[in-house]
Design a protein around this ligand. Sequence first.
Ligand code: F6R
Length: 254
Amino acid sequence: MRIIRTDNYDALCKIAADIITAQILLKPNCVLGLATGSSPVGVYKMLVQKHRDEHLDFSRVRSFNLDEYVGLSPNQEQSYAWFMSEHLFKHINILPANTDIPNGIAENIQNECDRYDAKITSCGGIDLQLLGIGQNGHIGFNEPSSSFTCGTNHTRLSDSTIKANKQYFETGKRIPTHAITMGCRDILQSKRALMIALGDNKALAVRDMLTGPITPMVPASILQLHRDFTLIADGAALSKLENHKLAVNTLTSP
Ligand code: F6R
């Protein structure tokens, strides 16, 4: 496990974008696992810049997103399909056929979960999985529960996740209560995992993920077993680790 501490969001995004770039250079036809939410927005912005200015080539890259809300179609602005198109896909040369996001309006959600896992497997698994972390320790939309999830699954969002996501929906609009998410097993099986965490509202989740027991009550704690896990975080997200002996690499911006 590697922990990198940065002093601001730009520095954090730059390191994450550099690691993703290195993955693409190492294996131009790599499989990226992508996340949505506020944390990766700046990372995607830097990848777009690298594509424009440094010709970073996505033409052979494949991607799978972590999750999608059930009931939202890709042309609804709050869907994660829309998010990915706006923040990344439409600005780079990735082939639309090489991007996959769970279909939130599939007629049979279980079949869609099975299709998603089979597709990930047929592509050889995820080379690098980008992650954020929920305030309750969720990864993807694997919420605290009594057992770790396996593959892609249909999940009920916890009240705290619904509350945290409220900001993205207009007042009065129905907020989704369910999602399709890659499972903890899918995430654990990725060859590399890269998490970005910022803000003091993530500090307890980060502490429990890294120093608490490995328990499905803190889904991110399963990453303690990941073969190649890097956390890039700001001081606020790492603030509850002060009494724990963890090696933290501090990178300050020039
Ligand atoms: C999003 C996802 C979630 C978010 C998490 C943090 O695809 O899987 O686990 O990464 O909820 O969200 P932000 O970055 O908005 O704090």
